[in-house]
Write a protein that binds this ligand. Structure first.
Ligand SMILES: [Cu+2]
Length: 197
């Protein structure tokens, strides 16, 4: 009798083990298929700007975003000698927004050797500088609400870093300059802002 029961339970275990195994291969197949079809429409949407590289999945799409963003940023260094390290900031028209990072590689405080970046039309530069000087250091040497200013950073001292994001569409008509509005610095610390394709 005991042997008979053992046989039955063995058979039941064997049966359930068998049916579990049978259902296993079918399950993973379904989620994989739906995950693939979900990922597929998302990838082309995100990787649309880079054009080619229709490639495969989420990973290439993320990588494609990095170089695109990299083209819409620039870094300008300034120092204790009242200098920027560039005379030209090139901004791609393709950028929705463009971020300029200003670094002060010197050690002097902003009260004595402060720098910023101000962007305006070339012909507005003198007026912006004059009004900025009147506005004072606490206003970062930029007149509040100055409509001639397309964008500007705050004033920084040695070892500091700041940034400003501008809309390239606002640089379309005329020629634009970037400069430091700390009193007296604009004569040396200036350059062109150039729109490029
Ligand atoms: Cu300066």
């Amino acid at each position: 009798m005991k042997a008979y029961l053992a046989l039955i339970s063995a058979a039941v275990i064997g049966l359930s083990a068998c049916s579990q195994e049978a259902s296993k291969p079918a399950e993973p197949a379904a989620p994989t298929a739906s995950a693939a079809s979900e990922a597929a429409p998302a990838a082309p949407a995100e990787s649309a700007p880079p054009a080619d590289a229709p490639a495969s999945e989420a990973v290439p799409a993320d990588n494609a975003a990095a170089p695109a963003a990299g083209n819409c940023v620039a870094t300008v260094e300034s120092n204790d000698n009242m200098q920027f390290n560039t005379k030209d900031i090139q901004i791609s028209k393709a950028c929705k927004e463009f971020t300029i990072t200003l670094k002060h590689t010197g050690t002097q405080p902003k009260s004595g050797m402060g720098h910023n970046i101000v962007i305006s039309k070339a012909e507005d530069m003198d007026g912006v500088l004059k009004d900025g000087a009147s506005a004072g250091a606490e206003a970062d040497y930029v007149k509040a609400g100055d409509a001639r200013v397309v964008g500007h950073t705050k004033l920084i001292g040695g070892g500091e870093e700041t940034s400003v994001t501008v809309d390239p569409a606002k640089l379309a008509d005329g020629s634009y300059k970037f400069y430091c509005s700390f009193p007296g610095h604009g004569a040396l610390m200036k350059g062109d802002v150039t729109l490029v394709n």
